[in-house]
Design a protein around this ligand. Structure first.
Ligand code: NAP
Ligand code: GDP
Length: 341
C-alpha cells in the first residue's frame, strides 16, 4: 500500500462523511476508493490527541503518508461562549501534537480543517485567505478561533523552516448525518433538528435562539468530504502569496456560493418542513445571535476543481433530517430532559 491516509476525528460529522464517500462512490472514481490507498478513520479512543505520547503512538501504529486532520473540540455558538479557555487549550494541544507528529513521521501532506470562525469580526467580505490574521475574531468564539488560526501560522512556519507540505481547508458551517445533536452544545442545524423533533413528538413549543436574522453559509458534510478528497489527491500547487503579507502554503475555502447565504429563520423554516412539524415557532431574543455573517468566496476553489456540483440546501437538509429521525436512538443526542424524552 503506497498511500496511508490517516483521518483524525474520523468518527465525527466530517470524518463519517469522508468514510461514506470513500465507501460509496464508485471505486476508482474521482472521490471513490483507490487500490493504492489505505484509509484510517481514527477516533479519540484510538488516542487522545491532547497527549503527545498517545499521538505519537497513533502515528507509530499507522505510519501515515498523508493526514487529514479533523479532530478538534467542536461546538455551536452557545458551547463556544461557555468554554472559551477549554476550546483554546484543547485545540492548541491537539493541533500542536498532530502537526509535530506529522513532521516527526515525515508525513508527505497534511490538510487541517479550520473554520470561517477564524476570521476577524471586522473584515471585508467575502473572506479571502489574505485576511485571516487582520484583526480579532468575534468575541463569542475567540478561544476556538485563536487555536484554529494558529494552525495557519504553524503551517506557514513548518513550511518555511522544514519545507513541510502542511496546508488547510477553511469550510463554512457544516451539517449532515452523524452530527452532534446536543440540545445546548450543538451547531444550529443539528440543535434545531433535535428541538423541532421533540416539539413535534411532545406537542411542546419549538423555540429558536436569537433573532433569526444572522446569515450563514452551510455546506453539506458529504460535499465537504468530496472536496477534502480532491484537495488531497489533486490539489498541490502553491499559490505565490497566501500568508498575510506573503507566504507559501495553500488554503482552500470549501463553500457554496456567496449568494447562497441563508438566514437562521430560513433554516428554521426548512427544518420545520423536513421534520413535518405543524405548530408555530418563536424566537428567544434573549439568546445570542453571534456573528451577523461571515460569507466566504468559493471562486478560487471552483476555478481549480472544474466540474463540481454542491448538493442543494433543501435536498441536503432533507437527507440530514431523515438520517437523524431514522437514527435517533444511536445518534449523539446528549442529555435530553426527562420531561422531553
Ligand atoms: P465532531 O463531529 O464533533 O467530531 C470531532 C471528532 O474529533 C471526533 O471524531 C472526535 O472523536 C475527535 N476528537 C475530539 N477530541 C479529540 C481528542 N482529544 N483526541 C482525539 N480525537 C478527538 O466535529 P466535526 O463537526 O466533524 O468537525 C470536524 C472538523 O471540522 C473540526 O476540525 C472542526 O473544527 C471543523 N469544522 C466544523 C464545522 C461544523 O459546522 N461542524 C464548521 C467548520 C469547521 P470521538 O468521536 O472519539 O469523540
Ligand atoms: P456559528 O456559525 O459558529 O455562530 O455557529 P452555530 O451553528 O451555533 O449558529 C449560530 C447561529 O444560530 C446564531 O445566530 C444563533 O443565535 C442561531 N441559533 C438559533 N437557535 C440555535 C440553537 O439552538 N443552537 C445554536 N447553536 N444556534 C442557534
Amino acid at each position: 500500500m503506497s498511500t496511508v491516509i490517516l483521518v483524525t476525528g474520523g468518527t465525527g460529522l466530517v470524518g463519517k462523511a469522508m468514510e461514506y464517500v470513500i465507501e460509496n462512490e464508485p471505486a476508482g472514481s474521482r472521490f471513490g476508493k483507490r487500490p493504492d490507498e489505505k484509509w484510517i478513520f481514527a477516533s479519540s479512543s484510538d488516542g487522545d490527541l491532547r497527549d503527545l505520547e498517545q499521538t505519537r503512538k497513533l502515528f507509530e501504529k499507522y505510519k501515515p503518508t498523508h493526514v487529514i486532520h479533523l479532530a478538534a473540540m467542536v461546538g455551536g455558538l452557545f458551547k463556544n461562549m461557555k468554554y472559551k479557555l477549554t476550546f483554546l487549550r484543547n485545540n492548541i494541544l491537539i493541533n500542536d501534537n498532530v502537526l509535530h507528529s506529522c513532521y516527526e513521521f515525515k508525513v508527505q501532506k497534511v490538510i487541517s480543517c479550520l473554520s470561517t470562525c477564524v476570521f476577524p469580526d471586522k473584515v471585508e467580505y467575502p473572506l479571502t485567505e489574505l485576511t485571516i490574521h487582520n484583526g480579532p475574531p468575534h468575541e463569542s468564539n475567540f478561544g476556538y478561533a485563536h487555536a484554529k488560526r494558529m494552525v495557519d501560522v504553524q503551517n506557514h512556519a513548518y513550511k518555511e523552516e522544514f519545507g513541510c507540505n502542511f496546508t488547510s481547508a477553511i469550510p463554512t458551517n457544516v451539517f449532515g448525518p452523524h452530527d452532534n445533536y446536543d440540545l445546548e452544545d450543538a451547531h444550529v442545524i443539528p440543535a434545531l433538528l433535535h428541538k423541532c423533533y421533540l416539539a413535534k413528538k411532545n406537542g411542546t413549543p419549538f423555540i429558536v435562539g436569537g433573532s433569526g436574522k444572522p446569515l450563514r453559509q452551510f455546506i453539506y458534510s458529504r460535499d465537504l468530504a468530496n472536496l477534502f478528497i480532491w484537495q488531497l489527491r489533486e490539489y498541490d500547487s502553491v499559490p505565490p502569496s497566501s500568508f498575510a503579507g506573503g507566504g507559501s502554503h495553500t488554503r482552500i475555502f470549501p463553500a457554496v456560493g456567496e449568494d447562497e447565504e441563508v438566514t437562521i429563520k430560513e433554516v428554521a423554516d426548512a427544518i420545520v418542513k423536513a421534520v413535518g412539524f405543524e405548530g408555530s415557532y418563536s424566537f428567544d431574543t434573549s439568546r445570542a445571535d453571534g456573528q451577523y455573517r461571515k460569507p466566504a468566496s468559493n471562486k478560487k476553489l471552483l476555478s481549480l476543481i472544474g466540474d463540481f456540483k454542491f448538493t442543494p440546501f433543501d435536498e441536503a437538509l432533507a437527507e440530514s433530517a431523515k438520517w437523524f429521525l431514522d437514527n435517533y436512538n444511536n445518534a449523539r443526542i446528549g442529555d435530553v430532559p426527562e420531561a422531553s424524552k
